[in-house]
Design a binder for this molecule. Structure first.
Ligand code: ZN
Length: 138
């Protein structure tokens, strides 16, 4: 796992969804880039997302893509357009009937239980509909 991944998961452990912001142009990105995708600047700073976003697309995963995820299905997986201007893939929380494309969601963290795949912590970031209540129950 990259150093960027470690910073990201360390953020989750303290309740932050960390993003990289370019010092030069302000472009915000999620993990990964060692340089700004817009201006190619190399000075990037970690920031914590405010937590608001909009669902760009989502699917309900019913067949586990790996053995480690078998006990998680079914679960919602979404592309979220964060208010900071970058798109991330994350789990949906709350009730499936509240999940809407174009719907507003808010960051929360769910207990990971048995960690699947390369997941590196015990708190998994998720996004729950702002309208739903008791968003991050499980
Ligand atoms: Zn930039």
């Amino acid at each position: 796992m990259t150093a960027g991944g470690e910073v990201f998961w360390d953020g989750c452990a303290v309740g932050e969804f960390r993003l990289l912001r370019c010092d030069g142009c302000g472009q915000v990105d999620h993990m990964g880039p060692s340089r700004c995708r817009r201006c190619h600047g190399a000075e990037l700073t970690w920031i914590a997302a405010e937590g608001g976003g909009t669902v760009a697309s989502f699917t309900i995963v019913r067949r586990a893509p790996s053995a480690g995820l078998r006990e998680w299905v079914p679960y919602g997986l979404a592309l979220i357009d964060l208010d900071e201007g970058t798109r991330v893939m994350a789990r949906l929380a709350g009730e499936p009937e509240d999940w809407r494309i174009g719907g507003r969601v808010r960051l929360c963290f769910i207990a990971a239980g048995e960690a699947p795949g390369d997941f590196a912590g015990d708190r998994l970031p998720a996004f729950a509909p702002e309208t739903g209540e008791a968003a991050c129950g499980s």
